[in-house]
Ligand binder design. Structure first.
Ligand code: ADP
Length: 672
């Protein structure tokens, strides 16, 4: 708005100046015309004065100065110079004597000019003896004129006066005619009287353009006032300046609007620039906040920008880094180069391992995650790469792998030792057992009663040791003598197991039932042993009442949650530290290796197990009963656990003392 006002003001000022300039030009034009007319008039009057003076000179030269001669002479002049209204002679006393042409002016004869209203002008001539004008006179034929009075001087005195009356109108008309018609209004002023007026201008035109020009008429001072005529006034009143003012204002408005929009755009630009720089600072702070080295590079792999972490990691200044190839800062530059190519090809790379060359030849193992970034048009500009220092992690992983290897080796050695020991111990034990049994058979009752008792103890001890060694051998064989996992029909396998346990089942009167069982990847011998141990235990640790054993299998994905809900009481698994709920979260984890397996259960209504001991019973030689209460070596469940773990599953128990136990184990679909 301010811009528009300013421009409008400038436009109005320019317009005013222009109008004033135009007026000035008009006025100058009028002044120049007035000057022309005035000089023309003066020239014309001077000419006529000169004519009269020449008349006088020639008259003086004449010897015959009779009235007839004068009149004849004057007649020639009035005819040649028709502007002379009359030429008349005045004697030295100031009395008019002869008048040519006399028509209408005869009345002037004998008039004494000293008595005339214009007497003072005559007296001036009389005294100065110089040609003068008599002022304005009314002419007999109408109109006005003035008399030019030329003194005829003889011996230093005026002996007479030759006068010529000049009619004003034709003199003026001739000058005005030089200009186009109606261009001016002319006023001829003598003293205070307007002696001739060609018309009146408007008051405004008079105020603006009237030009007053002094006019010398012989020895008198007249004034010429020139005013613009109708035609000139009309020309001056042209609407052109108004149109130009209007156009100027219009252009000012347009220009004002343009400047307004320009300023708005500039302001927007400045604002955007401000926002942009805020955004830049924000992004910079974000990049610098990272403790990981961050780099951006172009399609050629030349570094565009780095953060402080990168500067610290490489020990080089930013200026040294920017513009250099990204690959230069890694031990394997070829692999780094391939990584750069990979980013632009695939759009990103994930955990791309490289070894960064640091300061003082230090090497850092880093995992690079990089992705391309684009401009507003979606064109790829460069790539943004973030490195994560995994040196420590790598070291830890290597140490862990080494430990695991050592553990596996010592485990294998231990297994081998257990196997060899239990296997090799069998032979001497068998011999000890054979001979103590022989001793018992042959010398029973032949020695004293103590000897019989001692021999019985020895036989019992050896038999137990044989059982233990046999169990230990079975346990160690799970790891060392297992078969490859093959599809195993669990229903058929369970039938075979139950056939093996036929005698025991019949003796105990147990009722063993099952749901439909799947075919799983398993070592059928070991899986059979697992069923046998669990069902055997159920029979062994039964209650007084009728025993019922039930075997089920369900896909893990279906029953995991329900199972976990049921086990929320906190029963611990075979590891002695993992809660059943932990198992549930593992079941729910889609990446878990048991996710797609089966959950088996063997439940009984036997004596049950105190949850406190639920973890312990899966360890070797751990029993909850004495040998006298229940026979056994305490290795059965340890074997079960080892079998399940060899198949990639887990085993745990849920139980309520006095009501029964349910042993759960999982078998993954495929061992990984
Ligand atoms: P063993 O059967 O030779 O004693 P196990 O390793 O098979 O050795 O079992 C360890 C202990 O777990 C058993 O001594 C017993 O106290 C308990 N146990 C195992 N199965 C059951 C069961 N079904 N009911 C109750 N207690 C059981």
């Amino acid at each position: 708005m301010a811009v528009f006002m300013l421009l409008a003001l400038i436009t109005v000022l320019v317009w005013q100046r222009d109008v004033a300039h135009k007026r000035e030009i008009f006025k100058n034009h009028i002044a120049s015309c007035a000057n022309d007319i005035a000089r023309g008039l003066e020239f014309s009057v001077d000419n006529h004065t000169a004519v009269l003076e020449a008349f006088k000179d020639r008259w003086l030269d004449r010897t015959d100065r009779s009235q007839e001669r004068f009149e004849a002479f004057a007649d020639i002049h009035t005819k040649r110079f028709p502007d002379f209204e009359a030429i008349y002679y005045v004697d030295h006393t100031g009395v008019v004597r002869w008048v040519v042409p006399s028509e209408g002016n005869e009345a002037a004869i004998c008039t004494d000019l000293h008595d005339h209203p214009n007497a003072r002008y005559f007296v001036e001539v009389e005294q100065s003896l110089k040609t003068g004008s008599t002022g304005v006179v009314k002419l007999a034929g109408g109109g006005v004129g003035f008399s030019v009075c030329v003194p005829v001087v003889g011996r230093g005195k005026a002996v007479g006066y030759i006068n010529g009356i000049l009619r004003v109108h034709p003199l003026v008309a001739r000058q005005v005619a030089k200009h186009s018609k109606g261009e001016f209004h002319l006023h001829l002023i003598f003293g205070k009287d307007v002696i001739l007026s060609t018309g009146e201008a408007t008051a405004r035109a008079r105020d603006l353009y009237s030009v007053n020009m002094p006019l010398r008429v012989v020895n008198q001072r007249w004034r010429l006032e020139l005013l613009p005529g109708q035609e000139l006034e009309a020309r001056m009143k042209t609407v052109l300046p108004l149109i130009s003012l209007f156009l100027g204002l219009l252009m000012s408005a347009g220009l004002g609007l343009l400047i307004f929009f320009l300023i708005q755009r500039i302001e927007q630009h400045i604002q955007a620039k401000g926002k942009f720089s805020d955004l830049y600072l924000y992004n910079r702070a974000l990049i610098e906040a990272s403790l990981d080295p961050l780099v951006t590079f172009d399609k050629k792999g030349l570094i565009l920008d780095v953060n402080e972490a990168m500067i610290r990691a490489t020990g080089k200044r930013r200026e040294k880094l920017v513009g250099t190839p990204f690959e230069d800062y890694f031990t394997d530059s070829k692999r780094a180069h391939e990584g750069v190519q990979e980013v632009f090809k695939a759009g990103k790379v994930k955990d791309y391992e490289l070894v960064m060359k640091g300061r003082d030849k230090a090497e850092t193992v880093v995992l690079y995650n990089a992705s391309v970034y684009k401009d507003q048009n979606g064109k790829i500009v460069g790539a943004f790469a973030a490195a994560r220092d995994v040196t420590e992690q790598k070291r830890a992983e290597e140490a862990l792998a080494q430990k695991a290897e050592e553990l596996a080796r010592s485990n294998a050695e231990l297994q081998q030792f257990a196997y060899v020991a239990s296997h090799d111990l069998q032979e001497p034990l068998r011999m000890v057992a054979s001979y103590t049994q022989l001793l018992a058979r042959r010398y029973k009752g032949r020695l004293d009663s103590d000897a019989d008792e001692f021999i019985a103890y020895a036989v019992d001890g050896v038999t137990r040791m044989q059982e233990l060694i046999h169990s230990l051998l079975t346990y160690s064989r799970v790891g060392t003598h297992g078969k490859d996992l093959e599809p195993t029909d669990c229903e058929a396998l369970l039938e075979r197991t139950l056939a093996n346990l036929k005698m025991t089942i019949e003796e105990s009167g147990a009722d063993v039932t099952r749901d439909a069982l799947p075919t799983v990847m398993a070592d059928d011998v070991q899986l059979g042993q697992l069923f046998q141990n669990l069902i055997g235990n159920a029979i062994k640790f039964r209650n007084q009442g009728p025993l019922h054993v039930h075997v089920t299998a369900r896909p893990i994905a279906e029953c995991g949650v329900r199972n976990a809900e049921r086990t929320a009481c906190g029963v611990r698994s075979a590891e002695g530290g993992v809660l059943a709920s932990d198992l549930n979260s593992e079941i729910q984890n889609p990446k878990s290796k048991i996710q797609n397996g089966w959950l088996f259960s063997v439940s009984d209504n036997g004596i049950g197990i105190d949850p406190e001991h639920a973890g312990r019973i899966f360890k070797v030689f751990q029993r909850l009963h004495t040998r006298h209460e229940c026979p056994g070596t305490g290795i059965g469940l340890a074997i079960c656990r080892k079998i399940v773990e060899r198949h990639g599953g887990r085993i745990w128990v849920e139980s309520e003392p006095g009501k029964g136990s349910t042993f759960y184990f999982t078998i993954p679909q495929k061992k990984e």
